[in-house]
Design a protein around this ligand. Structure first.
Ligand code: PMP
Length: 283
């Protein structure tokens, strides 16, 4: 595996960054998780744009143009002969001192890892997931907007720990108002009476690229799509529930907090959207 760091490629063992990089010291940086299908990078423009927005929000200037970074990403994918896989694109604040001051970090670092992908176990894609709501709320958007895909995922990791403790592979996080936000690494959708519903970006979520893609597919199917505040009650009485994410793609949820969703199997809209999403990734 050849990993790109600041203009050079290193093998896995030698791909290292400084312990004084504020990405390591403070989680000061931003990233993207991107899929490769059939050797092609999926939704490149959307990921690059989101990376730039995340960087702008934390006042981090990426030392490359969007076009240059896209080219390097393509080069990394080709060099590693990744056909179906995953790219981790990271921009850290760079090397500074032990203080917080980002202005001490002169040059941000760019890291690109192109690798295989570890999905949820395949049987879960057929059967669906069981999830639980956890007590750690999603970070308040006024503190640190979850729309920034930052290198600090502790909020999500704490939720993941709680979910695992309850025997679930994914955990559902509520926002500061007690409304549904998102799972630790995926967005959430509910289906009720043929309508597709998902929390709006201002509920304090990452505006997922897979989420936006699935909403477009649902509209193409003629379904009504609503971005509205949702509660645990809405989840419990939903006909269907599924999660979306670059890594997870589209995966059904069949149990939430011990309540069976619909008939306990992936529902028709979930299956149709999943099929259309797979088709899109293969086109
Ligand atoms: N929410 C969170 C917290 C995430 O980390 C991710 C990405 N793994 C998503 C949602 C899904 O976003 P995307 O579809 O852009 O991968």
């Amino acid at each position: 595996m050849q990993i790109y760091i600041d203009g050079k490629y290193y093998d896995k063992e030698n791909a290292k960054i400084s312990v004084f990089d504020h990405g390591a010291l403070y989680g000061d940086g931003v990233f993207e998780g991107i899929r490769v299908y059939g050797g092609k990078i999926f939704k490149t423009v959307e990921h690059i744009d989101r990376l730039w927005d995340s960087a702008k929000a934390i006042r981090l200037e990426i030392p490359m143009s969007k076009e240059e970074l896209t080219k390097v990403m393509e080069e990394t994918v080709a060099l590693n002969e990744v056909n179906d896989g995953y790219i981790r694109l990271i921009v850290t604040r760079g090397v500074g001192d032990l203080g917080l001051d980002p202005d001490k970090c002169k040059t941000p670092s760019i890291i690109i890892i192109a690798a295989g992908i570890a999905l949820y176990p395949p049987e879960l894609y057929d059967k669906g997931l069981e999830i639980v709501t956890v007590s750690s709320p999603r970070i308040h958007p006024a503190s640190l907007s979850p729309r920034i895909k930052s290198l600090n995922y502790l909020n999500n990791i704490l939720a993941k720990i709680e979910g695992k403790q309850a025997g679930c592979i994914e955990a559902l996080m509520l926002n500061h108002k007690g409304e549904l936000a998102e799972c630790t690494g995926d967005n959430i959708f509910l289906v009720r009476k043929g309508r597709l519903m998902t929390p709006p970006p201002n509920a304090g979520i990452l505006e997922g690229i897979t989420r936006n893609c699935v909403m477009d597919l649902a509209r193409e199917m003629g379904a009504e799509v609503l971005e509205i505040p949702l509660t645990k009650y809405d989840a419990y009485v939903a006909d269907e529930c599924f999660l979306t994410g670059s890594a997870a793609e589209v995966i059904a949820v069949v149990k939430i907090d011990g309540r069976v969703i619909g008939d306990g199997k992936p529902g028709p809209m979930t299956r149709e959207l999943k099929a259309r999403f797979v088709k899109l990734t293969q086109s």
